[in-house]
Ligand binder design. Structure first.
Ligand SMILES: Cc1cc2nc3c(=O)[nH]c(=O)nc-3n(C[C@H](O)[C@H](O)[C@H](O)COP(=O)(O)O)c2cc1C
Length: 191
């Protein structure tokens, strides 16, 4: 698959096969993130790849607890579609059955650089990993919803003194082929 096709056909995957992700593919996905551009070459990230079933159970437990804390927000946000709130919580508790995931931390709290430089760099690393996963036949999704409610525990366990959790990226072979949500009109012009 060429790069353009991987970018355009990448979708957020919320249901995964239980088939393990080969370690070399997971390593490639992580490398793609580490090779992202970054402002002033800060490389302002710390990446933890989780693949053992014991650690995945632990991650699911932590995210599941966060999902419960997140429930009041989701219930309010989707008050006209309560099934969306419930399916989101169910997804977070299982991470869609993903056999692996990647945790991405912001390495230092303060870089003395613009906030944009740091957050865009981390976003670039995340997008590189999502696109690489697609190119390697894997599915993935970037999750930030539960981060606020689980970052303390994730930091303590997986990245003491290495920043704060920014996103959780389940990875695995997709068990669904979602269609692309419609892209909003009027969001680009050429002059
Ligand atoms: C920064 C960021 C945070 C996201 N957080 C969540 C999340 O917490 N839960 C979720 O189900 N999807 C999350 N998503 C996935 C988006 O819902 C998804 O990208 C969007 O609906 C477009 O669909 P697509 O990725 O298939 O193109 C997130 C995506 C991004 C880029």
């Amino acid at each position: 698959m060429n790069t353009y096709d991987a970018i355009i056909t990448r979708r957020s995957i919320r249901s995964y096969e239980s088939t393990p992700v080969p370690e070399e593919l997971l390593d490639k996905v992580v490398s793609a993130g580490l090779y992202a551009p970054s402002g002033v070459n800060l490389q302002p990230w710390f990446v933890v790849a989780v693949k053992s079933s014991e650690e995945m159970d632990r991650v699911r437990g932590i995210v599941g607890e966060a999902a419960e804390k997140f429930r009041p927000f989701l219930t309010e946000r989707f008050k006209n579609n309560p099934e969306v709130a419930e399916s989101t919580i169910a997804f977070l508790k299982t991470l869609g059955g993903a056999p692996a995931c990647i945790l991405i931390f912001r390495y230092k709290p303060d870089y003395g650089e613009s906030e944009e430089a740091v957050s865009i760099s981390i976003g670039a690393a995340i997008e590189n990993m999502l696109v690489a996963a697609r190119a390697l036949g894997l599915g993935s999704i970037c999750l930030t919803g539960p981060v606020k409610d689980c970052s303390a525990k994730m930091n303590e366990i997986y990245a003491p003194d290495k920043g704060r959790l920014t996103a959780i990226i389940p990875v695995g072979y997709p068990a669904e082929e979602p269609t692309a949500p419609a892209r909003k009109a009027g969001r680009s012009i050429t002059v």
